[in-house]
Write a protein that binds this ligand. Sequence first.
Ligand code: CUA
Length: 325
Amino acid sequence: MKPGPALPLLPERASSIAGEVDALFFFILAVTLVFAVGISLALVYFAIRYRRRSEDERPAEIHGSLLLELTWTIIPLGIVVVMFAWGARVYFHMNRPPDDAMTVSVVAKRWMWKLQHPTGQREINELHVPVGRAVKLVITSEDVIHSFFVPAFRIKKDAVPGRYNTAWFRATKVGTYHLFCAEYCGTEHARMTGRVVVMEPEAYQTWLAGGPAPESPVAAGEKLFTELNCITCHRADSAGRGPVLQGLFGRAVKLTTGDTVVADETYVRESIVNPAAKVVAGYQPVMPTFQGQVSEEQLAALVAYIQSLQIPTEGAPASAGAPKP
Ligand code: CUA
């Protein structure tokens, strides 16, 4: 990586979205500049040209101009509609992680970033990722609101206690990039920094293999699922008191209220800490809350485990109770 200028105007572009974000940013900047300069010059010119020259000067009355009003309505409207459509495109792109993305769990805490790879490796204030691979971040906080900000990737997402936010990126250049907390969170906020290390895929595999073999979040979640006795009610054969969880993740779920929700990370997490909030149709609100009994890391593991549960295949012992159509 060659050293950039001492005071760069823009951070490096190191993700697939960075170019799109910058193009939109420069378009809006250019439009703003054209109008700011144009209006300022016109202001000065009119102030001089139409200044009052004597005490008894009376200008001619003007009753408006339809053409002028249409012009200054339609042109700006066209420009903001372009900004909106373009902005929405980039926004949707930024907010829809590709299906093949690898999920990294991010837990913010005063004043550090705790990260975990899908294979189980944990890191603090440092994230190693392979170049060219889509990485989905599932972000939450243990205490106050923080914000996960990697300028070189043009991503910034709040870490909010009690919910999951997601962001994703595909790094395009090997290198080391700043990670900041972008939400004031107390005394050490300014020092809540870290780095993202983008590596060649082989180097990443070597990095993963170094150190002791960790327990994957799915395995940790499965263990917790048994330890916390979730397994007593959430049985695979639909004879339990709770809904069957196999094949649940990502599906639409009908609730007692008649509403439907998609069983995503946020819904599964909420159902563990506040089970009465959204009860599945046909079930009683009998599940106890696990608020305070499981840490954010354990919640993330449980969510990963539930996400991994597939509908048992034909012939498997549990298939008798697979969800009925
Ligand atoms: Cu965490 Cu600012």
